[in-house]
Design a protein around this ligand. Structure first.
Ligand code: NAP
Length: 333
């Protein structure tokens, strides 16, 4: 079968290759084999290829943490039965160890989610990483209630847009920082209460204006670097800033007193770690909630382009571009 493979960590443009590799072994009890259809190229996939991710695979390895496919073989076991996993079922494939950029994968029945027919492949391909993060981060970690205020950076990202729609749906307000201010009208249409420019705006001053001086109880950041200080200064006393990404690759330099005097808190969030502490039933509940919100158009992903495996280098070139306007998907059939 064909798969994307890398033998060393480095620039994805240099280290990723498409190869013929042996088919995976038959699934054992508790496992299924899936014929993959499509998988997104997420920031986490490329960070892993670069060797700067939280958990790294043994090389050679295949990237791809999520995707959509069709079950082609079931190894048996109670979980497969309980979840109705049978040959021909279309499933979202959550590959915790990565490896979805291949024609076939074998993995635990725990890691596939049967999905309704009305959800298109393009949406199911990006079923978990961003939708689960949007929900878990705002509702299960920060517990932002109706009427609450959230400040977020990189708000034009697929995840940022989901959080804006989720805020509108659940009744919390979002103040959204972007590096390209031309995104303002698009994000406002999605339900953003305010859109600020990281280039032109004084973020704490604008947040004070918007909140009538109250500032925000919650902020989230996936960029890093100098902008994080602006988010900290925008927090209300005892406000919480959650760090969940490293898009700029830059470290944070912080004046300690900006935390001390108002007893503000900075925390980290990583979905993989959160998932480790959840039981099967809680995960099934989360999958159901994602399906409902995806069907309602809230946890949906904008797609910029789809490429075949033969076009891998064009796909990688495209994903590295600024202002790409949506996810890049790899077609695996
Ligand atoms: N911790 C977790 O468990 C977890 C889970 C899911 C996602 N994440 C993180 O969430 C973030 C967003 O993911 P995504 O899939 O939604 O991303 P995405 O759709 O690929 O979008 C990336 C966005 O980031 C912006 N961006 C890129 N580099 C930037 C920089 N240096 N400064 C400011 N903005 C920058 C881009 O802006 P332009 O439009 O201007 O190019 C684009 O809007 C990533 O950091 C990802 O790793 C973390």
């Amino acid at each position: 079968m064909k798969a994307v493979v890398f033998d060393r960590f480095g620039d994805p443009r240099e280290v990723l290759t498409v190869r013929d590799i042996p088919m995976p072994a038959e699934p054992q009890s508790g496992e299924v084999r899936v014929r993959m259809r499509m998988s997104p190229i997420n920031p986490s996939d490329l960070m892993m290829v670069r060797g700067v991710y939280g958990r790294l695979p043994t090389l050679p390895a295949t990237p791809g943490f999520e995707g959509v496919g069709v079950i082609e073989s079931v190894g048996g076991g109670w979980l497969a039965k309980l979840r109705g996993l049978r040959v021909g079922r279309r499933v979202a494939v959550l590959n915790g160890t990565s490896g979805n950029w291949a024609e076939h994968v074998v993995l635990s029945a725990r890691n596939v989610v049967p999905v309704p027919d009305d959800l298109p492949d393009e949406q199911v391909a990006a079923f978990f990483v961003n939708p689960a993060t949007a929900l878990v981060l705002t509702q299960r970690v920060l517990h932002i209630g109706r009427g609450g205020w959230l400040l977020q950076s990189a708000a034009g990202s697929a995840l940022g847009q989901m959080i804006i729609r989720l805020g509108k749906h659940l009744g919390f307000h979002t103040i959204n920082v972007v590096r390209r201010k031309e995104l303002a009208s698009e994000l406002t249409q999605l339900g953003a209460d305010a859109v600020l420019s990281s280039v032109d705006d004084d973020i704490p001053a604008r947040v004070a204006e918007i909140t009538g001086g109250a500032m925000v109880p919650y902020a989230i950041d996936c960029v890093g670097g100098a902008g994080v200080c602006e988010l900290v200064k925008s927090l209300a006393p005892q406000g919480r800033l959650l760090l969940y990404g490293t898009l700029s690759g830059e470290p944070i330099s912080l004046e300690p007193r900006s935390l001390m005097s108002a007893q503000r808190v900075i925390e980290g969030f990583w979905l993989s770690e959160w998932v480790k502490n959840q039981g099967v039933l809680r995960m099934l509940g989360l999958f159901r909630q994602i399906i409902t919100l995806m069907r309602a158009g809230i946890l949906t992903t904008p797609v910029a382009a789809t490429y075949t495996l033969d076009q891998l280098s064009q796909a990688i070139e495209h994903v590295e571009k600024s202002a790409r306007g949506g996810k890049i998907l790899l077609k695996l059939v």
